[in-house]
Design a protein around this ligand. Structure first.
Ligand SMILES: *[C@@H]1O[C@H](CO)[C@@H](O)[C@H](O)[C@H]1NC(C)=O
Ligand SMILES: *[C@@H]1O[C@H](CO)[C@@H](O)[C@H](O)[C@H]1NC(C)=O
Ligand SMILES: *[C@@H]1O[C@H](CO)[C@@H](O)[C@H](O)[C@H]1NC(C)=O
Ligand SMILES: *[C@@H]1O[C@H](CO)[C@@H](O)[C@H](O)[C@H]1NC(C)=O
Ligand SMILES: *[C@@H]1O[C@H](CO)[C@@H](O)[C@H](O)[C@H]1NC(C)=O
Ligand SMILES: *[C@@H]1O[C@H](CO)[C@@H](O)[C@H](O)[C@H]1NC(C)=O
Ligand SMILES: *[C@@H]1O[C@H](CO)[C@@H](O)[C@H](O)[C@H]1NC(C)=O
Ligand SMILES: *[C@@H]1O[C@H](CO)[C@@H](O)[C@H](O)[C@H]1NC(C)=O
Ligand SMILES: *[C@@H]1O[C@H](CO)[C@@H](O)[C@H](O)[C@H]1NC(C)=O
Ligand SMILES: *[C@@H]1O[C@H](CO)[C@@H](O)[C@H](O)[C@H]1NC(C)=O
Length: 692
């Protein structure tokens, strides 16, 4: 711990003549604030001896090499396929150049900041030191004033503009404190629209389905676990295994030490052991009574409850789909954030995943990109949490090793979060992908639209965007090109597991998702990545959906916490979807009428929430075979999936309605409804075992 008093006296000695606000000619304005939000009032000049922590964010130009680096280890034709990096290698590859570090350090030392006072962050992204106001003013050729926040009464130092010498400007991203006053809470709050968990309570759906459920229960719990005659009514583990030709795991199957399957939970999703027991007993032959996940509690997360009325529908669904595929392999359950935070329905930060990623990769805690350093003070929860009952520990940074596969049945909308926030996090999926981790996200349950906003947000009551509320609204983080987005299929009444599945459509999905259908569409932030360019090209060429479209991407505007303005992107074109954005989903799996136990009762559940753990578990099982054969995990999946679509069952029927349209249609080849299709386990296994 650094001793502030020592620093103070040291710093006091360094105060030279009063700083001049008029910069010498070789200095240039680096950042300048155009307007001051009325919430802030500029007060007195900061007294020259006052000490504050300064950070110099160094430019990391090589971040744009991330895509190529990731392709190098995940493109099946690359000689480096599967040669994943260590976290130190990732830090080294993306650290600012020596030239940048030297130039900035030299400039600081020349301006009276001794090198002994400068700390270099673990991820090498920035320099930090304490400076007096006089030091800071001299360094930046500016004046620091106190800015008072009308809402909280807080006072922070800031300036209207600051200058840097020409030769160091290109090495510095931004300086803090500087022009950035934390964005006003009002504008942040408006971001915090209701983002409904991508999950359904079994109870709700049970009520919606009534009689059918009772019959289905009688029918499928009364028969042997491997009965396949009612898969059009209720999807059991046997139905999933038959659909995707997943062979039963035998009791002699080994359980590799480094292949536990990861599942993310938050939002009060705590499992109820009796439900797992009932499920294992009634629907599987091999899973031992009492089987439960390996706990990984992050920042006050917890695992299970003893009260059936508190049983979590999402966590039960995830575990009941994944266990039958991966068992006897274990499941690691990452439960993220303290109870207070999880219980706050208004808070989108739980959909931000930043506290989760911090716990998996310590260097992310202080990673700077797109003018965001570390977690966002408004969107992400800070720890220790001062609220009573909150997590009193420090924010976890690098506490847990990431599992090879992580299934996340959660998501929000691209339109909900600042572009810079999303892009910074997307880079982290790239970095973890380089280290061999596969992230699979649910594509959403509202087809081409998204969760309707009860708070009347920009996507309003329809879940669609733009002034006319008719523009399609893609789900985040599935649109990040470094993750795998999973859509949903269904076995319609009268069909069997031997018939092709269709894209899911279930109007009775209400209330968890009005008119449930597989989330799909095109990003407004990320361009079409090269790995899917051919597949998306064929889709437009051979199966043009016929809707008017626009071709534009929301640009990152740096400091401003800007949401993607999709209405502006479409302009006056009348277009309702983006023709040049990354397409989702990448793949799909069954996601309706899933047999589960919840709170002691049988029920049917579903959502792309179900599809995601199925597909993730299939990948985990393939990784298991690869590890046993002495190979590494697959890591980032998309390049190999798109390179070999024949190992997936192409889905060619159905569509994903939304925004007063029938949505996109499932067609031969990739489509923005079911992606490349559902798993064909034997073909996928053969393909991946053939790769190095
Ligand atoms: C349950 O099984 C009975 C007898 O096979 C059948 O008539 C009925 O349609 C089934 N109910 C459902 C909901 O599948
Ligand atoms: C698991 O990974 C660790 C390193 O993280 C390694 O030391 C160990 O040998 C691995 N175990 C197996 C069975 O491969
Ligand atoms: C399901 O399993 C539980 C035991 O865990 C048992 O009590 C219950 O009767 C079973 N239900 C059916 C319908 O078989
Ligand atoms: C499962 O284990 C619990 C105790 O953990 C026990 O009460 C229950 O009877 C067991 N169920 C079966 C079907 O063995
Ligand atoms: C959530 O937002 C709604 C509507 O703005 C408000 O009525 C409610 O009190 C908020 N709940 C919490 C826990 O902040
Ligand atoms: C669900 O979709 C149907 C058919 O497209 C439509 O008539 C109905 O209004 C939709 N319901 C809601 C609540 O959006
Ligand atoms: C985004 O930036 C590109 C080039 O940097 C520009 O051509 C395009 O018009 C910008 N788009 C928007 C919506 O501002
Ligand atoms: C950071 O914000 C400034 C404007 O405040 C902008 O000029 C700069 O490009 C931004 N940097 C990044 C990496 O977005
Ligand atoms: C389970 O079903 C019973 C009988 O319908 C009902 O009384 C009970 O409330 C249900 N439990 C939960 C947790 O919903
Ligand atoms: C095609 O999908 C629709 C739902 O969109 C479904 O009702 C129908 O049964 C499916 N037909 C076939 C042949 O799978």
């Amino acid at each position: 711990m650094k001793d502030i008093t020592t620093l103070l006296s040291l710093a006091a000695l360094l105060v030279v003549a009063g700083a001049s606000a008029i910069p010498p000619p070789h200095y240039e304005v680096h950042e300048k604030r155009e307007t001051l939000h009325p919430r802030w009032t500029k007060r007195d000049r900061v007294e020259s001896h006052k000490l504050f922590p300064m950070r110099i964010g160094l430019t990391q130009t090589n971040l744009n090499m991330g895509y190529e680096h990731l392709m190098d280890v995940s493109n099946p034709t690359s000689p480096n396929f599967g040669k994943h990096w260590t976290s130190d290698e990732v830090i080294a590859a993306f650290r600012p150049s020596r030239e940048t570090e030297d130039a900035v350090r030299t400039w600081l030392i020349e301006n009276g900041i001794p090198s002994t006072r400068i700390t270099h962050s673990d991820n090498k992204g920035w320099f930090a030191f304490y400076a007096t106001a006089a030091d800071a003013e001299r360094l930046l050729r500016t004046e620091f004033h106190e800015y008072e926040d009308a809402e909280t009464g807080g006072v922070i130092p800031g300036c209207d503009a600051y200058h840097l010498p020409q030769h160091v400007r290109r090495h510095i991203d931004y300086v803090s404190p500087g022009i950035k006053l934390l964005a006003p809470v009002e504008s942040r709050r408006s971001l915090q629209r209701e983002v409904v968990r991508d999950e359904e309570s079994g109870l709700e759906k049970r009520n919606a389905h009534g009689l059918l459920q009772t019959q289905a229960e009688a029918n499928c719990t009364g028969s042997a676990p491997d009965d396949l005659s009612t898969c059009d009514v209720a999807i059991t583990p046997a139905c999933v295994a038959a659909l995707y030709q997943i062979p039963p795991a035998t009791t002699t199957t080994t359980k590799h030490a480094n292949n536990s399957m990861g599942i993310f939970e938050s939002e009060l999703q705590f499992y109820y052991q009796k439900d797992l027991n009932s499920f294992f007993t009634n629907f599987t032959r091999n899973i031992k009574n009492g089987t439960h996940p390996v706990p990984a509690n992050i920042d006050g997360g917890m695992q299970k409850v003893d009260d059936p009325y508190e049983a979590g529908g999402e966590v039960n669904l995830d575990l009941m789909l994944a266990y039958p595929i991966v068992y006897p392999q274990t499941i690691t359950l990452y439960n993220v954030d303290d109870f207070i935070v999880q219980a706050n329905q208004n808070d989108t930060y739980t959909f931000g995943f930043n506290t989760f990623l911090d716990a998996l990769d310590g260097s992310y805690c202080s990673f700077s990109a797109y003018n965001e350093t570390g977690n966002d003070p408004y969107l992400d929860q800070a720890y220790p949490d001062p609220l009573i009952g909150g997590w009193t520990g420090q924010l976890m940074c690098g506490t847990f090793k990431p599992t090879n596969v992580i299934s996340l049945s959660y998501g929000g909308q691209e339109s909900d979060l600042p572009i810079s926030y999303q892009k910074r996090q997307c880079l982290e999926y790239m970095k973890l992908g380089l280290q061999g981790v596969s992230f699979l996200f649910a594509s959403g349950d509202s087809g081409v639209s998204n969760y309707p906003s009860s708070a009347g947000g920009i996507d309003g009551p329809t879940g669609c965007l733009g002034p006319n509320l008719n523009i399609f609204n893609p789900t985040w983080p599935g649109t990040c090109p470094y993750v795998t987005s999973v859509g949903a299929t269904k076995v319609y009444p009268g069909f069997t597991v031997n018939d092709p599945e269709s894209a899911v459509y279930d109007p009775a999905g209400f209330p968890y998702s009005v008119n449930y259908s597989s989330g799909g569409g095109f990003s407004n932030i990320y361009p079409i990545p090269s790995y899917q360019a051919a597949a998306v090209g064929v889709y437009f060429e051979s199966h043009d959906p016929g809707y008017p479209f626009y071709s534009a991407l929301s640009n990152d505007t740096g400091d401003i916490k800007l949401l993607p303005d999709v209405g502006a992107l479409a302009g006056g074109s009348g277009g309702i979807y983006n023709r040049i954005g990354r397409g989702i989903p990448d793949v799909s799996a069954n996601g309706d009428n899933i047999a589960v136990y919840g709170g002691g009762n049988f029920s049917l559940s579903g959502g792309t929430s179900a599809s995601t753990p199925i597909f993730s578990a299939v990948i985990n099982r393939i990784n298991e075979e690869r590890l046993i054969a002495g190979k590494g995990p697959i890591g980032f999946l998309n390049p190999s999936l798109y390179a070999n679509p024949g190992m997936l069952n192409d889905i060619v029927n159905g569509s994903n309605p939304g925004c007063n349209t029938i949505g996109f249609s499932a067609v031969p080849g990739w489509d923005p409804v079911t992606g490349l299709g559902t798993p064909n386990f034997p073909k996928m296994l053969e393909y991946y075992m053939g790769l190095p």
